[in-house]
Design a protein around this ligand. Sequence first.
Ligand code: IPD
Ligand code: CA
Ligand code: CA
Length: 268
Amino acid sequence: MTMENPPIAELQRIESLAAELAALAGADIQFALGKAMQVSYKGEPGWMRDPVSEVDHACEVMIRARLAEAAPGHDIIGEEIDDRPGRNHDWVWAIDPIDGTANFVSGLPMFAASIGVLYRGRPVAGALWCSATHVLRPGVYSAHVGGSLNFDGVEFVRPDRAQVRRSLVGTPQGGTAEPFDTRLTGSAAIECAFVAAGLLAGTRLGAPNLWDVAGGAALVLAAGGDVRIHTAEGWVPFTSFQGPDGDLARWRAPMALGRLDALEALLA
Ligand code: IPD
Ligand code: CA
Ligand code: CA
């Protein structure tokens, strides 16, 4: 079955809007750096994982307000706010205002603002503001299906790393993935962006939510990488997000992204 893509001009507009929103979120995140901020924890009282800060919430509010103007009617699934402005719309924006919040609130500079755009469930565009990038400063990686990977609006050209004998891969708990060296960053989204840019050869993510990987999957696919998910049939090629009972917001599955040789090592 062939999958129809939206018109190229629409995809370009969507990518630019996603990149604009990611950059705005990044500016808000940078502004908040080093200032006192409210931090609370999700889950049971006393639970000490899954922190969320007032900056996470404020960034999602800002992104939703801008989308209401620039993409009215489109649906939004965000990590911090439950509102669905366009349930059953073909276009869905999956927002993680800060991915790597535990790093962010600790001051470890490894986090991202992730915007993924789905068309009929397929990630067709994405933009990730990343606190760290290949040029050692924050910036936005973005892409749309059929286009190139861009960094701050300019086509990203991968450097030649043919001399590097052991490339790096991300793994959920550290662990091994011979013949690669493994890394654990604390941000699923930044790992996806690094895979798209070739800084990591691949990554395997434990059980990400839609908003963790929608933007990153769009970047990796546009950059020519492969994406697999774990289902009842085992690891299968990923084509689209399908939530239980059709509810995209509840999609969650182990995912691996990257070069074929890295996926083989990560999924062995
Ligand atoms: C977390 C990060 C982390 C992953 C966690 C996520 P958050 O997202 O992606 O890498 O291991 O499962 O919850 O909470 O910082 O947006
Ligand atoms: Ca996240
Ligand atoms: Ca988050």
